[in-house]
Write a protein that binds this ligand. Structure first.
Ligand code: ADP
Length: 398
């Protein structure tokens, strides 16, 4: 039986998993446990074309892991699991690359929890229940922030008193690193160049959205910061705002820091601007029917993105390709067309036909031959985690 990797992405109330062949990227079984900690916790499985859901008897992370093990046994896949790979949002400055998990690594992830209080505690629950369920198997941690640890100081420091960085770890970290690593490797392959010779701008546009400048395979700047709130307009996050807003809303609305933070994370972005939805596809449909808020939300999303892509040219100095990925980047021909049009001065010329065609899992170039390449690449963070885990567990050499 070929060894496979169980990839786990655990939130505080959810556990997403995929059983992946690290050599081919093929997924044998995947699924999602939701509402963990609530009475109606459940789990759904997808195996080939078949799908099914069930309620969890023990509605927590351990119960979800037991259900996964039962399903693996039922499908005679259990013995193929050779290692477990965990997606971890925040590794601070502590983790600059993926690593095998031991007690020190667990303590390190715990120490980073203050930087990602909504994510790291959930990851730790996943790690603990996976260790309990798969004793003796190698477990690896793959960090969203690690790829951006190559940012130079001029890009990662805020113009704030030095003590904040020294004593409180206040700096820009950046996220979506696993996706950026995957798409930059794929883009280098597409360009037919060694990764070390490439200059790329990658835009990962999902519910969370960011962009990164990647030079020679290394991140040199990115739009997200201390938290994933900074930078682009996102589904329900504002991206950049004037920090003066905190004081202003305190005075005029009586909101405390938590109140403003929640507003910026959960009620802003596409959702706040449109007054309708955080979902790009839904907004495109509404905009086509004349919904003014939806139109404005999409326009501002594309404008901010184009502005940041051009800013990311500063650390690169040259560009081999602009890469679109994530749910919006891979599927929204409308957003891509607007961004490319706004960036015509950088040498892009949209190939409308190819742009319209390159959706739903298709990849490739969306600008005309002879102009600067903008390409769509379907990201696969699970595959990257599986490959790292297999390498760290000694199952593969690269
Ligand atoms: P997450 O960050 O949660 O993983 P995804 O990468 O799946 O999110 O991206 C979700 C976003 O992709 C949503 O805004 C969704 O509307 C958008 N999206 C998916 N398909 C399309 C489509 N065909 N047209 C426009 N937007 C789409």
């Amino acid at each position: 039986m070929k060894p496979s990797i169980l990839v786990i992405n655990c939130g505080s109330s959810s556990l997403k998993f995929a059983l992946t062949d690290p050599a081919t990227g093929e997924t044998h079984l995947s699924g999602l446990a939701e509402k963990l900690g609530l009475p109606d916790a459940g789990i759904s499985f997808r195996h080939g074309d078949s799908k099914h859901s069930q309620r969890l008897e023990e509605g927590n992370h351990r119960g979800a892991m037991h259900a996964i093990i039962q399903q693996l046994q039922h499908l005679a896949l259990f013995d193929s699991v050779a290692a477990v790979g965990h997606r971890i949002v925040h590794g601070g400055e502590h983790f600059t690359e993926s690593t095998l998990i031991d007690n020190d690594v667990i303590a390190g992830i715990e120490a980073c929890s203050r930087l990602a209080p909504l994510h790291n505690p959930g990851h730790l629950l996943g790690i603990r229940s996976a260790i309990e369920s798969f004793p003796g198997l190698p477990q690896a941690a793959v960090f969203d922030t690690a790829f951006h640890q190559t940012l130079p100081e001029r890009a990662y420091r805020y113009a704030l008193p030095i003590e904040l960085y020294r004593d409180h770890a206040v700096r820009r970290y950046g996220f979506h690193g696993t996706s950026y690593r995957y798409v930059s490797e794929a883009a280098a392959e597409w360009l037919g160049k060694p990764l070390a010779d490439t200059a790329l701008i990658c835009a990962h546009l999902g519910n969370g959205a960011s962009a990164a400048a990647v030079l020679g395979g290394k991140s040199v700047d990115t739009t997200m910061g201390l938290t994933p709130l900074e930078g682009l307009v996102m589904g329900s996050r504002s991206g950049d705002i004037d920090p003066g807003l905190f004081g202003y809303l305190g005075t005029c609305m009586g909101l405390d820091t938590q109140g403003v933070t929640d507003l910026l994370n959960k009620q802003s972005g596409l959702l706040g601007l449109s007054g309708l939805s955080n979902d790009c596809r839904e907004l495109e449909e509404a905009a086509a029917k004349g919904h003014a808020g939806a139109r404005l939300a999409l326009e501002i999303f594309a404008y901010r993105l184009a502005k940041y892509i051009s800013a990311l040219m500063v650390p690169l100095g040259r560009l081999d390709a602009l890469v679109f990925t994530g749910g919006i980047g891979e599927n929204s021909a409308t957003i891509r067309a607007r961004v490319i049009e706004l960036l015509g001065f950088m040498g892009f010329a949209l190939d409308s036909e190819s742009n319209e065609r390159t959706i739903r899992g298709k990849a490739g170039r969306i600008t005309r031959e002879g102009s600067v390449p903008a390409i769509v690449i379907n990201t696969n963070e699970e595959d990257m985690i599986a490959r790292d885990t297999a390498r760290l567990a000694g199952l593969t050499s690269h």
